[in-house]
Write a protein that binds this ligand. Structure first.
Ligand code: SF4
Ligand code: SF4
Length: 379
């Protein structure tokens, strides 16, 4: 989700044009586009890395990417001063946004406070069962995988939604992240309605298989299409509570993965080491990191990656593939606006500019044209 301008973004011209084939400068003449672009470009300074704060978790979910691969075997560093030193070094090398994950970060509140004191912009990925102290002013993402019966079966935790809402309903830091699996589609509207009634903000995630996973949570073409229908319906029914956009729905439910559509810029898939591939690190709980394994969801299968955190970097970084028409660029602006509302504490979601999802494959078609352009890529 790192946003970084490699070249100066173009100035916003004054008036729209009616020409059939429009340049980026023409597109930026539309008042709604110009205003939103002005708003989101203020965040182009964001530069992200992620940190596994602990290898401990108080639940054990099927399909958890953390407990795949060897990162789970890292020896936890619990020394607050070691973490303080790391975050100071991270700040010094230009990191402005942190994602604290793990296993379960709420189990190490002193480390979260230490990080917040050094780098005050960021988000925490939590299962929401243990409340994080209010002194930690990051966005808090609370993972929801379905109703209580589903969570008990898949995550082995009782009354999970109720306990999550008791801990975080009314907390301005909290965003409930509903993960669509192949199995929980039918129960989604009831869960979203329950969250909305408690005033909770919600965004959407897609279950993305870890390497080698072929279990019942993995999506099929049919479940992807049905997920898109449900996302758009929920967005229409609960526009105040749901932080999402029609283009987000299209990009995350395409039969092609995010990597296949947009080319992932994380180091795991970016051997060229430009942009995010150069600056991003994924630290394990022993404070080591490995370039070849670094992305926001290590051990996830890139061919099935539709994860919301992955999209926040992958789609936002591909501005140049979204400038072939005003509507396509509106879709990208809505995606970035959603990303900022979900990840930045205090950023309020704007009404979406696009009401109908544009096809993500347009960005794929634009890729070869973009390759010839030297400027404007954002990471
Ligand atoms: S709560 Fe998160 S870290 Fe813990 S087992 Fe579930 S998915 Fe993994
Ligand atoms: S799993 Fe997703 S975010 Fe990670 S490298 Fe693959 S495509 Fe990129």
């Amino acid at each position: 989700m790192d946003l970084e301008v490699r070249a100066a973004a173009p100035a916003i011209p004054a008036r729209p044009t009616t020409a059939a084939s429009q340049t980026f400068a023409d597109i930026l003449r539309y008042p709604d586009i110009a205003e939103r672009f002005r708003q989101v470009r203020r965040y182009f300074f964001l530069r992200e890395s992620t940190y596994d704060m602990t290898s401990r978790c108080n639940v054990r979910c099927d399909g958890c990417y953390y407990y795949e691969g060897d990162k789970q075997n890292a020896q936890d560093n619990v020394d607050v001063e070691a973490w303080r030193k790391l975050f100071r070094e991270e700040k010094a090398r230009g990191i402005t946004f942190v994602v604290l994950a793990g296993a379960e970060p709420a189990l190490v509140p002193a480390l979260l406070e230490t990080c917040f004191a050094e780098i005050p912009l960021g988000a925490i990925a939590s299962n929401g069962l243990v409340r994080i102290p209010e002194s930690v002013g990051y966005r808090i993402h609370i993972s929801v995988w379905g109703n209580d019966a589903t969570s008990e079966r898949v995550r082995k935790a009782k009354r999970m939604l109720e306990r999550q809402m008791d801990a975080y309903a009314g907390d301005p830091r909290a965003v409930f992240v509903y993960t669509f699996t192949r199995e929980n589609l039918a129960e989604t509207p009831a869960v979203i309605e329950t969250l909305a009634k408690r005033g909770c903000k919600v965004t959407f995630n897609m279950f993305s298989s870890t390497v080698g996973y072929h279990g019942p949570l993995a999506h099929t073409a049919e479940s992807l299409a049905e997920t898109r229908r449900i996302m758009l319906r929920m967005l229409a029914e609960f526009p105040e509570q749901i932080l999402f956009s029609p283009y987000s729905a299209a990009a995350h439910t395409d039969t092609l993965s995010l990597h296949d559509l947009f080319s992932c810029p994380y180091p795991r898939q970016n051997a060229g080491q430009f942009g995010l591939g150069r600056s991003f690190r994924q630290y394990r709980s022993d404070l080591t990191w490995i370039r070849e394994a670094s992305c926001c969801v290590p051990d996830t299968d890139c061919a099935d990656c539709r994860h919301y955190a992955a999209g926040s970097a992958i789609v936002t970084s591909r501005m140049n593939r979204h400038i072939t028409s005003p509507d396509q660029f509106r879709g990208w602006l809505d995606y970035v606006d959603t990303y900022l509302a979900v990840w930045i504490q205090g950023y309020a979601k704007n009404p979406n500019l696009g009401t109908v999802p544009v096809a993500p494959s347009l960005a794929l078609q634009a890729a070869s044209a973009v390759a010839a352009q030297p400027q404007g890529e954002i990471r």
